[in-house]
Design a protein around this ligand. Structure first.
Ligand SMILES: [Zn+2]
Ligand SMILES: [Zn+2]
Length: 275
């Protein structure tokens, strides 16, 4: 069966979404930040390269560890309770609070990447001191420098080149719209994930379990579960909470690409559960 250009475009958009998405959720978040599991190095590096639209690895990990240290407190880099929805959603990357500017940035798609590269504080700096273990790895340290980030980011042109090859400028416009959606799906974890949804656990602060965010962010929307048990490889800890990132870690573990998946005990989960 021959696939049409439109069908190939669909394959491209889905592959791109899962590559960047799992790069961030599995490699940056669960493996590098929280050490919820180990991944074989080549796989980890490939996922980190895919995750670069979210920023250099040391910067991402440092910021995120700070978020957990002082969630919705004065040092939280992105708290919608302290700084408003738009700042927590995307304004914090550039330190902009003007809602209109935040909206323009949120709709920037690939242009956002270029703006980020020059205006966003890139490593070394920021909270890299909280990511010393990431900087101990030579490749991750290289990707965390501005030059390394620029070189690694060249891979991110591939979806646009392929989209142009498939459907000329129509393809580029479709890829643009898709990238806007992808960016905002990830950003929703920081904004929506601390505002709307169920607070299923004690000790999760203002973090919420939000079914819609979980769906678009490959399981990261089970944010109350995550804040209650930050090291858990599984964020969807309750019945019916589908967590595709955890599922992928399980698949990796079953073929020997992942190991040491950390999970809290059932008793600990039920003790912290809100009734
Ligand atoms: Zn959070
Ligand atoms: Zn986290």
């Amino acid at each position: 069966m021959e696939l049409s250009a439109q069908q190939w475009m669909g394959v491209l958009l889905l592959t791109w979404y899962f590559a960047v998405g799992f790069g961030i959720t599995v490699a940056y978040h669960r493996v590098l930040t929280h050490r919820s599991a180990n991944l074989r190095k080549p796989l980890l590096y490939a996922l980190v390269l895919a995750a670069l639209p979210a920023g250099p690895p040391a910067e991402w990990v440092g910021n995120h560890r700070l978020h957990h240290t002082d969630s919705d407190g004065p040092n939280d880099p992105h708290s919608p309770l302290n700084d408003g929805f738009w700042y927590a959603h995307c304004g914090w990357y550039l330190g902009i609070r003007n809602r209109g500017l935040c909206l323009v940035y949120a709709l920037g798609g690939p242009l956002r990447y270029i703006v980020d590269m020059f205006l966003r504080p890139m490593s070394p700096g920021g909270h890299d001191a909280l990511a010393k273990d990431v900087l101990d790895d030579r490749f991750l340290r290289f990707l965390s420098t501005r030059f390394g980030f620029l070189i690694g980011s060249s891979f991110q042109m591939l979806p646009f080149l392929l989209a142009y090859h498939l459907m000329a400028w129509d393809g580029v416009i479709i890829a643009w719209v898709a990238s806007v959606l992808y960016y905002n799906a990830g950003d929703a974890v920081n904004s929506v994930g601390h505002l709307w949804g169920k607070q299923d656990f004690d000790g999760a602060g203002e973090a919420r379990n939000n079914r819609f965010v979980a769906l678009v962010s490959l399981g990261e929307g089970w944010h109350a579960g995550h804040h209650a048990f930050p090291r858990s490889a599984r964020h969807g800890l309750l019945k019916g909470q589908v967590d595709l990132s955890y599922l992928l870690l399980r698949i990796f573990a079953s073929v020997g690409l992942a190991s040491d998946l950390y999970l809290p005990g059932d008793e600990a989960i039920s003790q912290r559960r809100h009734r």
